[in-house]
Design a protein around this ligand. Structure first.
Ligand code: SAM
Length: 284
């Protein structure tokens, strides 16, 4: 068990280079007061990787109940099983799934954590980050938007298997769905991981985000140029940049960060443009 008494001991250390530190819901200091997690012996068989996952959760101020831990382990089992028949993830080490998919998804809670929320995950793929968020925040309403039909079938299988409620797997493309009235400017939080460069992500996401709502995009690596283009794109979309939060997952220091944007006013009706136009003439 880690004592979590300092940042050095904290496996989930984060630092911020945010431009506006007073952003509501933007926070980086994690000071959990929960008791340290205790492993149930039935979960620890051949599973040394579970402890770093629990430590990482603890650093986020999260503690899973028995049902949630079972849901994560069943999700991982189904993911790796389906992955033998279709391409869902390149991460096939069971311990890495816990950290690089589940914990990485949950890192969004450092930035945004409210009792209730309407959340959209664009290009959810096998469910990241939307499904781990749904498991730990069951009261959130979550829409998982995915362009590939067979991935939507996997998402629906997980929703059914884990008996999750108030979560929808929707087959479609962001640039088309964003023009439907029921989705337009509706969501409190819009996220997307590993889907597109920032200018395109913002053009997909801003039309879905209500005024005052947030967009959070997990990214990795040197983003100097991409972030500059993202900021120029945001100025067309009624959004502005709020924060760049660095994230270190247990055992990994690989340049992960969360880029946080706020929808300051309604996105102009013309966005998002069609997929072809976005590709040929990206904003920014
Ligand atoms: N977000 C998941 C993750 O981080 O593991 C999946 C990432 S995968 C590399 C990108 C996913 O985005 C693919 O499943 C793809 O079908 C989906 N996608 C790409 N463009 C999209 C769009 N315009 N609308 C909806 N889904 C899209």
């Amino acid at each position: 068990m880690s004592e979590h008494s300092s940042d050095e001991a904290n496996p989930f250390h984060s630092t911020s280079t945010n431009e506006s530190a007073d952003a509501s819901n933007v926070g980086t200091g994690l000071a959990p007061v929960l008791p340290a997690p205790v492993l149930n012996p039935s979960h620890t068989q051949n599973e040394s990787a579970l402890q770093p996952f629990l430590d990482g959760l603890y650093s986020l101020g999260l503690e899973l109940n028995e049902e949630q831990l079972e849901q994560f382990l069943r999700y991982r089992h189904e993911l790796l099983d389906w992955n033998t028949r279709m391409n869902l993830t390149s991460i096939t080490n069971p311990g890495e799934v816990l950290i690089k998919h589940f914990l990485d998804s949950l890192s969004l809670l450092m930035i945004y954590d409210t009792p209730t929320a309407h959340v959209l995950d664009i290009g959810a793929g096998a469910g990241f980050p939307g499904l781990p968020l749904k498991i730990v925040r069951p009261q959130w309403h979550i829409v998982l938007l995915e362009a590939t039909g067979k991935k939507v079938r996997f998402l629906q299988h997980i929703i059914d298997t884990l008996q999750l409620h108030d979560v929808e797997a929707v087959h479609g493309r962001a640039e088309e769905l964003a023009h439907k009235a029921e989705y337009r400017a509706f969501f409190d939080l819009v996220t997307a991981r590993a889907v597109a460069p920032l200018p395109t992500l913002l053009e997909y996401a801003a039309p879905f985000t209500r005024v005052g709502g947030m967009m959070i995009f997990p990214k990795k690596g040197d983003l100097t140029e991409e972030l500059a283009r993202g900021k120029r794109a945001a100025s067309h979309l009624g959004a502005h940049f709020k924060a760049d939060i660095h994230v270190t997952l247990p055992g990994l220091d690989d340049g992960r960060r969360l880029l946080v944007w706020e929808q300051a006013r309604n996105c102009p009706e013309q966005y998002p443009r069609s997929g072809g136009v976005i590709t040929k003439n990206p904003l920014g």
